[in-house]
Design a protein around this ligand. Sequence first.
Ligand code: LLP
Length: 462
Amino acid sequence: MHSAVSSIAPEWLVVPDDANDLVPGVWPASAVRDADGELVIGGVTAGELARTFGTPLQVLDETEVRRRAAQTRSAFDAAAAAHGTTARVYYAGKALLNTTIVRWVTDEGLNVDVCTGGELEVALAAGADAARLGFHGNNKSVAELERAVEVGIGTIVIDSEIEIERLAAIVSRTGTTQRVMLRVNSGVHAETHDFLATAHEDQKFGTPLALAPTLVARIRDIEGLEFAGLHCHIGSQIFGVAGFRESASRVLDLHQELLAGGDIPQLNLGGGFGIAYTRADTPTPIAELAEGIVAAVAEGCAARGIPVPALSFEPGRAIVGNAGVTLYEVGTIKDVALDTGSRRYVSVDGGMSDNARPALYGAQYSARLASRAGSGEPALTRVVGKHCESGDIVVDHEHLPADVAPGDLLAVAATGAYCAPLSSNYNHVPRPPIVAVADGAARVIVRGETLNDLLGRDAGIE
Ligand code: LLP
């Protein structure tokens, strides 16, 4: 039965023994099926969530976010202590940002990294201590920089020569001292299992290593700018330590050269730690990653005879990705006959407006029947949305029980990172609410949009 469809399934996709299973690591630790087979997250059933808040619905498991934040922090603390330094973890807010999540992660001892004036305002509205915020971005406006300096932001990561001059003007006008880092482009680009190292990386972020000494000299010249160190971020959804090791080695060469001009207390190696979206993904456990990266820096410093700087890291996805689950209701189902078999298309009531990642990056996800356990054989299924676009895929390849029917609830795992932030109103579909679950209770942390929110922007409607 499965052989008829297997030729259109990708190699990595295995037929599960049970198409109702919840793969640990992909789903939040709290995700279980109750005695009736219904999916429960944070102690709340999928049915209750859908009845109370509607679908589509972005569910965020508070315990999972806090656990991952605390785990990441202690992993880096332990690794740093073992190598005679300290480590700070910034939560990369771009992965998912609202005031509630800022409070959760700062409660767990993390700092927060923002990359626009809008993200900065969310962190401030949450009551975050400005001194514990970092500010990135390749095109920060003068107004954004002014605001950041005015609120006393901890660190501004300078991305270009122009930005140095913008900041110089601001600190001289306001008589403030601002701590800054310089983002460099190490030429290492890492993605999942592989990394590429080139002399020149063709992308917009950071400054080339060769230009950095001139820019750092300029920063050091400006009264009111305090140079704290170099910053480097090599990519996202990275599984191993190798890319970080290569990048650290290149950045340490520069760091050593710059020590001739004064102390450099810090080094920021960015984020990018990968997570499991499907059972085929095997990310490196965070403690192993932390130890591997910190050890590489410590060894690199020892080899160069220089002190180990205080380290910082900026994970986003690894904190929130697997804490998010999206609930949808199944609308229509079709079996499409192909030369090599048949593919089942299950349409749900959201799609690329609430999760653009499959369309943007060909990202893979995992789905499960949520309102009940299915009893049918595992059937190769593509979950699609309701948008007017054939690339509107929610889950490209999955085995779902063959008895999935209209009205069932489907859950998609690992939607906590880069789904809500990349959401749109394509086809005039309102954005879903974000609901936090913990200990059997659910509450809205970001309200859903209504059609009136959307129509209200149309100046032609009286
Ligand atoms: N730090 C910097 C400077 C970054 O640019 C990023 C991500 C991070 C930290 C956090 O990376 P993470 O730990 O979350 O991988 N929209 C894409 C990902 C874009 C990442 C942009 N920068 C996606 O959905 O896969």
